[in-house]
Design a protein around this ligand. Structure first.
Ligand SMILES: Nc1ncnc2c1ncn2[C@@H]1O[C@H](COP(=O)(O)OP(=O)(O)OP(=O)(O)O)[C@@H](O)[C@H]1O
Length: 256
């Protein structure tokens, strides 16, 4: 069996020195980090921190002013189509057609990616099954709750067996119970499918189990480490206090 491709740092996704400005606003300023397989890397930032800009660069919508992105050992800029083919994307905007059934939505997306017939059906069954949605195929999306729709969007992103999953506030608009269920599913998926999950959010409670937390503040990384590292370094008893401390002061080590 071939070895999985890796980047210069050994991680699935490796970002170095990314900068992007909109006129005089520095949305990203020399951002570097890596996301490893089988784990969740959380990108935590208040409004305006630069999370969306980063995701737009990682998905090829925008080009960075400076810096590089490596995906599975390849330079994104050199081979964007291959890089994008290895990624699953779940953003805040709803992407399902409400008037179609779950099965039709997923079959349409599978078809766009060249999966047809029994290959598509098996992939759909596997992805729905993994998220506990196995019996929902015939249901019209409009009849389903917001939390279930979000899970279907995640199942959709998994159809192409991505090695990297980019999530931009995936629990946006969900109630606490649905959010908790979604969070648990995503951590399990990262482990079981050996996917590198990069999860942007401003909700600290969601990512307390993350292997690594990166705090982005006004375009700069102001803290990076495991949740317990961040709490210890800022002298905080909770991850939320540690986050607010570094986000407020723009640097690590400030007392909460
Ligand atoms: N198209 C644009 N033109 C000008 N400035 C922009 C544009 N997009 C973003 N910005 C600015 O760049 C900075 C980073 O914005 P970005 O949307 O990337 O942050 P964010 O962390 O995703 O915020 P939010 O959580 O509010 O979506 C902000 O100061 C924002 O006002």
């Amino acid at each position: 069996m071939s070895q999985p491709a890796i980047t210069r740092s050994g991680a699935a996704l490796d970002v170095r020195g990314l900068s992007k400005s909109y006129g005089r606003i520095k949305a990203l300023d020399d951002v570097s980090f890596a996301a490893e397989r089988g784990s969740v890397t959380a990108l935590l930032g208040l409004n305006g921190a630069g999370k969306t800009t980063l995701f737009q660069i990682l998905t090829g919508l925008f080009v960075a002013d400076r810096g590089t992105v490596q995906v599975l050992g390849e330079d994104f800029a050199a081979r964007p189509t291959a890089a994008l083919a290895s990624m699953g994307l779940v953003f805040q905007q709803q992407v399902l057609d409400l008037d179609l059934t779950v099965m039709h939505n997923l079959a349409f997306y599978a078809g766009l990616h060249g999966l047809r017939g029994s290959v598509a059906r098996d992939a759909i069954a596997s992805c729905l099954g993994q998220l506990g949605l196995g019996d929902l195929g015939p249901r019209q999306v409009r009849e389903l709750s917001g939390g279930t729709r979000r899970k279907i969007e995640i199942a959709r992103a998994l159809l192409t067996t991505p090695e990297i999953l980019l999530l931009d506030e995936p629990s946006s608009g969900l109630d606490t119970g649905s959010r908790r269920a979604l969070v648990a599913d995503l951590f399990t998926l990262a482990r079981e499918r050996d996917i590198a999950v990069l999860w942007a959010t401003h909700l600290v409670q969601e990512i307390e189990e993350a292997s690594k937390v990166i705090v982005l503040h006004r375009g700069r990384i102001v803290a990076e480490g495991s949740p317990s590292d961040l709490m210890a370094r800022s002298g905080s008893l909770t991850l939320e206090a540690a986050f607010l401390s570094v986000a407020r002061t723009g640097q690590e080590g400030a007392a909460a």
